[in-house]
Ligand binder design. Sequence first.
Ligand SMILES: NC(=O)c1ccc[n+]([C@@H]2O[C@H](COP(=O)([O-])OP(=O)(O)OC[C@H]3O[C@@H](n4cnc5c(N)ncnc54)[C@H](OP(=O)(O)O)[C@@H]3O)[C@@H](O)[C@H]2O)c1
Length: 341
Amino acid sequence: MIMKAVEITSYGAPEVLRLGERPDPVPAAGELLIRVAASGINRPDVFQRTGNYPVPPGASDIPGLEVAGEVVGGDAKELAKAGLKLGDRVCALVAGGGYAELCTAPIAQCLPYPKGLSDVEAASLPETFFTVWSNVFDRGRLQKGETLLIQGGSSGIGVTAIQLAKAMGATVIVTAGSDDKCAACLKLGADHAINYKTQDFKDEVKRLTDGKGVDVILDMVGGSYVAREVECLAEDGRIVIIAVQGGTKSEFNAGLVLRKRLTITGSTLRPRPVAFKAAIAQACLKHAWPLIENGSIKPVIHSTWKAVDPSEPTGSGAAKAHALMESNQHIGKIVLTWETK
Ligand SMILES: NC(=O)c1ccc[n+]([C@@H]2O[C@H](COP(=O)([O-])OP(=O)(O)OC[C@H]3O[C@@H](n4cnc5c(N)ncnc54)[C@H](OP(=O)(O)O)[C@@H]3O)[C@@H](O)[C@H]2O)c1
């Protein structure tokens, strides 16, 4: 059987994303098959499209790292063991293949929708919640009462990090590139927002923390930011680098690392093994899903785009969705829709 999928036809501008046809994927042992209702769009998809984020071995070359929809295939016994059956709706973190009508996913990386969420909202969760949990709470060891600085507070990652960290009892400072974005972050619960285009975040952090500095920094910029981050970390502070949008090279005062006993770490989720992601899935289910269900944390959907759109020259709204993400005009998540409920 043949399904529709949004393919990267060559590396380049958003228009290289085109609606095409692919054979239906077949779930392997330990996987299930999802009829995709909605596919979350993430910045790593943009990097993949431009040829800057290679597909991990064994993963689909179709972009898309998160989906939500109906379980339509998989071994009945394996599904039952996970408390699932055909017809259930799940959201899943996948290593690729999300921009398609059908997508396979490791069962251990699938979670039920938090009660009350739509397909679009559910599709917006896995990539940012798994990434934030793994990096802010596991690697960064953010504790109740500590202060977190989030670089890029209005990003998909940022809006999740703000809400999760606040719900866990941390003080949150964010940076963003406009006053409107700063206002949106404050509305989501951030305690302070710094417009990094008009203010120096290092000076502002020092002012806001009475010179003490922050305990954890979630950094998606890298480059020259690291030097200033080392300066505005508190004693025993941790920097967790999840992207290097500002470049890979940094020159910083190593003396501060030892004097303040700092940790500089980082990670990338996509190539990690299923067992690692399964553990994060369970942590999200236990700690984050109840917060979504009781309304403490809300998905922030900026816009949705039709995966199949005959009015578009590419046959899909995906190109416009990527162009929007690259324009940095969005606040929160951008989602591609198939047949949603
Ligand atoms: N390591 C991992 O496992 C992992 C997983 C998922 C995502 N990521 C990374 O996390 C980042 C966010 O992903 P996303 O999907 O949420 O993307 P997104 O919504 O497109 O966000 C990108 C953000 O980067 C911010 N930014 C760019 N330059 C900045 C600077 N100099 N200072 C502060 N902020 C800056 C932008 O903020 P302004 O518009 O305000 O400038 C924008 O909000 C991406 O870089 C992505 O590659 C890493």
